[in-house]
Each structure stands twice: as C-alpha cells, then as structure tokens.
Ligand binder design. Structure first.
Ligand code: F6P
Length: 357
C-alpha cells in the first residue's frame, strides 16, 4: 500500500491536471494499492490539513482540462519560517500532517518558489517527488516545463491578431507577455509571431535603439512595428540601479506596467501612435496544447514510476529529449534564464529582430 499526498502550488498553468492524471494512472495500473490525499490550494492544504481523499476516477476526464482540480495558492518561501497569524509554525504543521496521515510521499507540482519549499521538506525528512510546471519555463534542471508551450501558443495568437490590425493602421503595437524575471515566453512567442523587437528582462534595452529599429522599418516601407515586451523588461538605466534605488523609483512609477512606459517614450521620441495589448492571465488559461498533454503525461508517468520504485528527492525533468530525474537540491533556488549569448538570441538577431541592446 502506498499513501500519496498531492498538491499544486504557485500560479496555475495548463496541463497540471494532465500531469496529476499521469501520476495516478501509472499508480492505479500497477500491482500496488494506493490511497491518494489531494491537498487543497497548495501548501496551505498541507499546513492546515485540508485534503480530499481521491480515487483514480477523480483523475478521469481531466487530460484536457486547464487549471488544477486541487486548487492552488502562493505560499511564499521567504516567509515559510514565519508563524502564520495564529502562531502556527508552517513547516512543523506540514510535517505533522504528513506523519499523521502516514504518507509514503508527497507529489508536488510547482515552479521556482514551490521547489524551494519542496526541497526544504525533503531536508526535513519527508519523501518528495516534484513535477515542473510554469508558463515561464524558468525552472533550472529541465529543458522544458509544462504549461510553457500552451502559453506560447496563446501569446503567439495574440501577436498574430495584433499583426493584422497594426498593418491596417500603420501603428506601433506592443504586446506584453508574462514573465517578470525571465523572457523565454516572450522570446518564443515573439519569434513565433514575427515580432520586430523583443524586450526581455535578461537583455536591458536602450529606448533609442528601439526607436532606431522603428525608424529603420519606416524607411524600408514597413508601415507598422510589433514589439513583444516581457513583464519584467528593463531599460539599461534601470538595470544599473541598486535594488533599493529601483524599489524607490517603482514607488512613484506612473505607468501600469513597463509596456506603457516603452509606449510613452516611443510616442514622445517619434510622434507615432503606439498601442499596448496585455493578454495577461489568458496566457495561463484554457486547455493544454497537445504538446503539453503528452509532455505532462510523460512526466507524470515517470513520477508514478519513481513512487513505485521508492525513489524520492527528485524533480522529474526533461533533458536532451529524455525524461530524467534531477536531484531536488540541484533545482531549488536556481533560475533558468535566457542568456544574451544563447544561440536562439543570436539566431533571432540574424533574422533582423532587435532586442534594443
Ligand atoms: O506563474 C508564473 C506567472 O504567470 C508569471 O509569468 C507572472 O509574472 C506571474 O505568474 C503572475 O502572477 P499572479 O498570477 O500572482 O498575478
């Protein structure tokens, strides 16, 4: 008999359900008897012992369903050691729930913050298996996270739609793509949507270089320009500020987001009409794309196999087209960022895409 606790934590994404289904199908198809405890709303469910007993049937018919049947929430790692408002020690409470239910392991689906807490629970002696979810694809130790390809599809669709109206009106259009710290989603959707300029958190931009590109396109007879801007894109000047100086500047920031700042500056420098589109949380919503359904199912199956083998303390990752087991201590606390020297960036530049650098 295996007693499995399962939770999804952090921002949701497509294919969370597909991944959980993959784990559970693998377990129920084995000789082993299983009990599944689904914790509600991420680590909160584990802290406050809020769970539902689930069976294989609960995971039937959810392959194509977006979101997470368990619900999710953010439990920031930086405050994990602080007691909650009622004085509850969160880490101790999670351990107590685990031991009280006599769990054999926890299956945790999440992104960066989630992995820090998962690794902490491993250090505290709990058996943990994790699965890499996030539309940002910024988890260290895996070439791909599920949710990413679905989000690329949605952000690309947004850019495609903007393309036709930008062309009709001869306007400069900015599409703001999710990703505060990393630019994988913006880079991929930008390239897929044929953006002329792509601004990423990892490659600080110079607004004059952005304007140069728009004017060069004008001279060459292109009446419009499409700019894909990551939520966390940053100017060269701002990138030079210390964290404290930057925080101070942001306290009086007059724009709803960086795209509006870029738009205002372009408008000021060129006198051209600029429009901003923010697809926002749409990028995390809806059904997983076929790639993510297959990918999340494969990772889920491997997580199921690890549980049957009694192999804990790993994230199921993907390296060089193979599903692999990555030690949690190697994953936790590291971000996989876009290197300005990455071949994909160089190739984008060869295609004529400007990064404003
Ligand atoms: O989960 C990742 C992510 O979607 C980022 O791309 C985005 O910056 C952030 O979450 C948004 O967070 P929230 O859903 O809390 O607004």
């Amino acid at each position: 008999m295996k007693r499995i606790g399962m939770l999804t934590s952090g921002g949701d994404c497509q294919a969370l359900n597909a991944a959980m289904r993959g784990v559970v199908k693998t377990l129920v198809n084995s000789e082993e008897k299983v009990e599944i405890y689904g914790f509600i709303d991420g680590y909160k469910g584990l802290i406050y012992s809020n769970f539902q007993m689930l069976t294989g049937r609960d995971f039937s018919g959810i392959l194509t369903k977006g979101g997470t049947i368990l619900g999710t929430s953010r439990t920031p790692f930086k405050t994990i050691h602080e007691p909650d408002k009622n004085g509850v020690d969160k880490v101790e409470a999670m351990k107590q729930t685990y031991h009280k239910l006599q769990l054999d392991c926890l299956v945790i689906l999440g992104g960066n913050g989630t992995h820090k807490t998962a690794n902490l629970l491993r250090e505290e002696g709990l058996n943990v298996v994790t699965l890499p979810k996030t539309i940002d694809n910024d988890l260290w130790g895996t070439d791909m996270t599920f949710g990413f390809q679905s989000a690329v599809n949605i952000a690309t669709d947004a850019i495609d739609c903007i393309h036709t109206t930008a062309a009709s009106h001869g306007r400069v259009f900015i599409v703001e793509v999710m990703g505060h710290k990393v630019g994988w989603l913006t880079l991929n959707a930008g390239m897929a949507g044929g953006a002329d300029i792509i601004l990423l958190p990892e490659i600080p931009y110079d607004i004059d270089k952005v304007v140069d590109k728009i004017e060069e396109r004008d001279k060459n007879g292109s009446r419009f320009t499409i700019i894909a801007v990551a939520e966390g894109a940053i100017s060269k000047e701002d990138a030079k500020l210390s964290k404290k100086e930057y925080r101070k500047k942001m306290e009086k920031y007059p724009y709803p987001s960086v795209s509006y700042e870029v738009a205002a500056k372009i408008q000021e420098k060129t006198g051209r009409e600029v429009r901003v589109t923010v697809p926002g949380h749409m990028q995390r919503g809806g059904s997983p794309c076929p790639y993510d359904r297959v990918f999340a199912s494969r990772l889920g199956a491997e997580a199921g196999r690890m549980i049957l083998d009694g192999q804990y303390g790993f994230m199921v990752g993907y390296k060089n087209r193979e599903v692999v087991r990555v030690p949690l201590e190697e994953v936790a606390g590291k971000l996989k960022m876009v290197s300005p020297d990455a071949t994909i960036v160089q190739e984008a530049k060869l295609l004529g895409i400007s990064f404003g650098d």
